[in-house]
Design a protein around this ligand. Structure first.
Ligand code: BGC
Length: 460
């Protein structure tokens, strides 16, 4: 039986400590996740006012919501290339500038066209941040705590969503949708200034041939005497990683790539962002009497999303990924079926509110954090980077499709019918996870790699 790639020897490094620089780096870099969450969901409260201010139809409103997601699709496609060429830190600095500049421009937009252009560029920044933030976090952290620090990104996403809801709520009475967008300039500035002072990823420096600077940055990150051993380990992993896109389709890896794509698509087509982006609109449909009350209810949904993400992070290494995914998709299917029934029978708006909370809790325990975690750990080392970028593209492609067609789907299938369609997709997601997603809890990376080789009839 041969040794696995280099990750296991890196995890075995004795005494890798959590240094203050690593903590600071994680906190600043997680602002990339926070801006991802903030900028994708701030539109939910703003759209109620955009529609009247710009005097636009439902189709145009759908376009205004979806355009940032189109940008994110482009951004996540570009991110892998840009960050391999310029480095993680440089790309995050440029992204911080982009987030700030285009937040201001979308807030100042005089009409739908300029608004859409600015939001498209915000979207590009979101797409780049969605790939580079977890990548940078993973590369900066000692192997021992890499999982926890990568999950911090999902926590930051949910905090960003929650803050957006509260900003929307605070500005709702003055109908000041412009400041809802402009407010993103503050975290963008912190990201920009913070990243200027933080070190470049030593892993990227090693890959780009700057060995000495890589070693120096490992020292800055508090690795002390272990810096040289960790760098050698990184160099060994880099040797394993060489190979083109063709490798993704080799028999042993193909199934892993397909499982990642499936997880990424199911995370989105089970309807999460119909709730995240449209919850004030959905609650208004269910009978909430004012925009402000609907936005406050959405803010409470945002709080539930953050709290349940913390719970999931605490449970994922005890109960396992599969258990949380199965429990979550089942809960999502049941709660969406109930939302459909509530619309069908014209139940009270409070009933819809509690059912939506049950849906968010089910997503936040499973598909939300666990999908991002799995796509960072299920791939064999040799194809991890490329396979992750394909999965990220699938997340944004599916997100765009769902958010961009939601209002049309409601017109075509009715309110109840729309939520029943999403409930049926949750059932499909449940069976996908049951049949195809392996449990990775407590398994070494070579165990996982060996598992995929069984699909090609090879043993390692
Ligand atoms: C998803 C986002 C979603 C968020 C909600 C993330 O894992 O990728 O699309 O808006 O969770 O918490």
């Amino acid at each position: 039986m041969r040794e696995g790639p280099s990750i296991p020897s890196s995890t075995a490094l004795p005494g890798s400590k959590l240094s203050p620089t690593v903590l600071l780096t994680a906190a600043v870099a997680a602002l990339g996740g926070l801006l991802f969450g903030y900028d994708t969901s701030v539109i939910s409260g703003a759209m109620l006012f955009l529609k009247t201010d710009f005097n636009i139809s439902d189709k145009q409103l759908e376009f205004a919501v979806g355009i940032a997601l189109a940008g994110a699709l482009v951004g996540s496609g570009l991110a892998g290339y840009l960050t391999d060429r310029w480095g993680r830190r440089t790309v995050l600095i440029i992204t911080g500038i982009g987030f700030g500049v285009f937040a201001v421009l979308s807030g100042l937009a005089p009409g739908l066209t300029t608004f859409a252009i600015a939001r498209f560029f915000v979207g590009i920044c979101i797409g780049i941040a969605s790939l580079v933030t977890p990548l940078y976090l993973a590369e900066m952290s000692p192997a021992r705590i890499r999982g926890a620090l990568v999950s911090l990104n999902q926590l930051a996403i949910t905090v960003g969503i929650m803050v957006a809801y509260f900003v929307d709520y605070a500005l709702a009475s003055s109908q000041n949708w412009r400041w809802m967008f402009i407010s993103a300039v503050f975290p963008s500035l912190v990201l920009l200034i913070g990243m200027i002072f933080l070190p470049e990823s030593p892993r990227w420096l090693a890959r780009a041939g700057f060995r000495e600077r890589a070693l120096e940055n490992f020292h800055r990150l508090g690795r002390g005497a272990e810096a040289e051993a960790e760098l050698q380990d990184v160099e060994q992993v880099l040797r394993e990683e060489r190979g083109g896109f063709g490798m993704l389709f080799q028999p042993g890896f193909r199934v892993a790539v397909l499982v990642g794509i499936g997880l990424a698509i199911f995370q989105q087509i089970t309807g999460i962002n119909t709730i995240i982006y449209y919850s004030p609109a959905i609650l208004r449909m269910s009978g909430y009497s004012s925009d402000k009350a609907a936005i406050l209810a959405a803010a409470i949904i945002g709080v539930a999303n953050v709290l349940v993400t913390v719970v999931s992070i605490l449970l994922v290494d005890r109960l396992g990924r599969r258990f949380l995914l199965l429990l979550g998709t089942l809960g999502m299917a049941v709660s969406l079926t109930l939302v459909g029934i509530a619309f069908h029978t014209d139940s009270a708006s409070s009933v819809v509110f509690y059912e939506v909370i049950a849906y968010i809790v089910s997503f936040g325990i499973g598909l939300g954090p666990v999908v991002w975690l799995l796509i960072s750990e299920i791939y064999p080392t040799k194809i991890r980077g490329k396979a992750m970028s394909i999965a990220t593209l699938c997340v944004w492609g599916a997100n765009w499709l769902v958010a961009g067609t939601f209002l049309s789907l409601i017109h075509a299938a009715g309110r109840a019918g729309t939520f029943w369609i999403f409930a049926a997709i949750c059932v499909a997601a449940f069976f996908f996870c049951l049949l195809f997603v392996p449990e990775t809890k407590g398994r070494s990376l070579e165990d996982i790699e060996r598992y995929w080789h069984h699909f090609s009839g090879k043993t390692v």
